[in-house]
Design a protein around this ligand. Structure first.
Ligand code: NAD
Length: 279
């Protein structure tokens, strides 16, 4: 077994991005919007700011009042859409309960949607034409690229079918002609998770339930990518029983240190792509 770590891959992509940004006349600018107080959103924004600044991307943080109305947030987003000095816009999650995140994020101009979640960008994935990819699926694809494995015809099983991970990832894998099975809560209810994981040459798990996938369920020699992030007794763990899975897998991501470090790098790559597109 070898560890499939995100940091070295992220470092390499960051080096290239840094060079690319150095050569850009107009430096990319990422506008970040947080509404109200939220420790999680704040921590996330902080790590984005650090990543951006390390690369030479300007990070403009806007904190709006908790009582901001949906209409006011839309106006704020539309001002940023019009602002030629802004390359990308990110809306921090979660928003206060009275504002619908999905609805709000669809007001971000697709060209500035650096999370790749605008319906227009999500739709482009179907046609294999997306330049801006959702960050976590893009991170998984980079890790798979790192393995050097040819995805053509590979039995690939994704556990989790969310809009931000499983669904777009399934399309990116299909684009590479992997044979893709997507499992979810219904598969669990049918008692069939083990059956599917047992076939997977590549297993990707994005659920958010510690230890959901038992190590014994992993196929001998499989590549295992654990996207899950769970806090258990003060420690961060993934969704896969790591110890046992590591005995069977040929490559496995650690949690933390696998997909996570690459996700923010993919966001920065999207900011650079957006800046290039707006020139
Ligand atoms: P989500 O809650 O939106 O979706 C969860 C998915 O898991 C759904 O498809 C659901 O059907 C499925 N599911 C739930 N219980 C199940 C079960 N018992 N068996 C099989 N499937 C089950 O979650 P999400 O936003 O996609 O996030 C998933 C996990 O990935 C979370 O732990 C999240 O923190 C993590 N995550 C990590 C990164 C990263 O950068 N590393 C990024 C995004 C999400």
């Amino acid at each position: 077994m070898k560890l499939l770590e995100g940091k070295p891959v992220a470092a390499r992509i960051n080096d290239n991005l840094k060079k690319e940004i150095e050569e850009m006349k107009l430096k990319p600018v990422l506008a970040s919007i947080q509404v109200g107080e939220n420790a999680g959103a704040e921590a996330y924004a902080k790590s984005q700011k650090k990543a951006a600044q390390n690369l030479g991307i300007e990070y403009k943080f806007h904190k709006l009042d908790q009582a901001t109305k949906a209409r006011e947030l839309i106006d704020f987003i539309q001002d940023l859409n019009q602002d030629k000095g802004i390359s990308g816009i990110i809306l921090q999650m979660p928003l206060p309960a009275h504002i619908d995140y999905k609805k709000m994020s669809s007001f971000i101009l697709p060209e500035k949607d650096v999370e790749g979640m605008h319906p227009a960008n999500a739709g482009k994935i179907v046609f294999g034409k997306a330049k801006i990819l959702p960050c976590t699926p893009a991170a998984v694809m980079e890790l798979l690229k790192e393995t050097g494995i040819d995805l053509y015809g590979k039995e690939t099983v994704i556990i989790g079918h969310s809009e931000i991970v499983g669904k777009p990832l399934s399309l990116l894998l299909l684009e590479k002609f992997a044979t893709v099975t997507v499992c979810h809560i219904g598969t669990f209810a049918a008692g069939k998770l083990e059956e599917h994981t047992g076939r997977a040459e590549i297993l990707i798990v994005a659920v958010g339930k510690a230890g959901l996938i038992k190590g014994e369920w992993v196929r001998q020699g499989a590549v295992v990518i654990d996207v899950g992030i769970n806090r258990v007794e003060g420690k961060i763990v993934g969704d896969v029983g790591f110890e046992e899975a590591a005995k069977r897998a040929s490559l496995i991501t650690p949690v933390p240190g696998g997909v996570g470090p690459l996700t923010v790098t993919m966001l920065m790559r999207n900011v650079v792509e957006a800046a290039k597109g707006l020139k």
